[in-house]
Design a protein. Structure first.
Length: 244
């Protein structure tokens, strides 16, 4: 949604809660070098993670419609959170989900179970470069606020997508779970990238499909983006970046 240059994640006021991201230049189009997934693993013993689990349980128990969990954490605790717990699937009453200024590097596919979600705000989460395809399962999601320059394949600077092996599975996140498309078992998913409009923004989505048929069933991406599912890597031909 944002089209103006964004400050680095380490600018004063954010450095205490966000780690630096050097995956690609988020301000201008530069060398099309290879990019890779963030490999950070969640420390499930960290105080911030334990507190986040409590906040999710509290929100699920009271049927909360607005959920801004990071507001309940200190700056140091927020920095400890690199993903969200699968228990967000219990937040079926949440209509507004705020993750402003997070240190997240991935979001689990369980976000697709948040069926009441209308507004999603991970703005200024500069290390969050992609989303799970399951986000498209939120049927009433209409508004999003995403730092689009941080996204793979964004129209401003067109950073490349991390390469995937469509038949190997296991890259990124989600391997060994359910198919992103049909929800059937996907022990060794076929992984592909696809760019689709979700709420306000066109987002790069990682698909874990159980079969070639489910890949073929994916929607057609919008004009101005790679028009079919793909396996990423610097060789993928993208439209020219707006920066140029």
């Amino acid at each position: 949604m944002n089209s103006s240059p964004q400050p680095a994640a380490t600018t004063e006021g954010r450095s205490a809660q966000q780690d630096r991201c050097n995956c690609f230049d988020q301000v201008r189009a530069t060398n099309r070098r290879r990019v890779a997934f963030h490999t950070e693993q969640q420390d499930t013993a960290a105080p911030g993670w334990l507190r986040l689990l409590e906040l999710v349980e509290e929100a699920a128990a009271d049927g909360r419609e607005e959920f801004h969990p990071l507001r309940g954490l200190s700056a140091g605790e927020r920095r400890q959170i690199v993903t969200l717990p699968p228990t967000i699937a219990r937040l079926t009453a949440v209509r507004e989900f705020g993750l402003y200024g997070s240190n997240l590097v991935r979001i689990p596919p369980e976000i697709g179970a948040m069926t009441s979600l209308e507004t999603f705000d991970p703005y200024t989460s500069y290390r969050l470069h992609w989303f799970p395809y399951e986000l498209t399962r939120c049927p009433v999601l209409r508004r999003s606020t995403v730092s689009t320059r941080a996204l793979y394949g964004n129209e401003k600077i067109r950073p490349p997508f991390p390469p995937l092996d469509p038949k190997a599975g296991g890259a990124g996140a989600g391997a060994g779970g359910a198919c992103s498309v049909c929800d059937g078992p996907a022990a060794r998913p076929r992984q592909v990238w696809i760019s689709l409009r979700v709420a306000t923004d066109v987002l790069p989505l990682l698909v874990n499909a159980c079969s070639a048929a489910c890949v073929a069933a994916l929607p057609t991406p919008p004009e101005g983006y790679v028009r079919s599912p793909h396996s990423g890597g610097p060789a993928v031909r993208q439209p020219t970046a707006d920066y140029w």
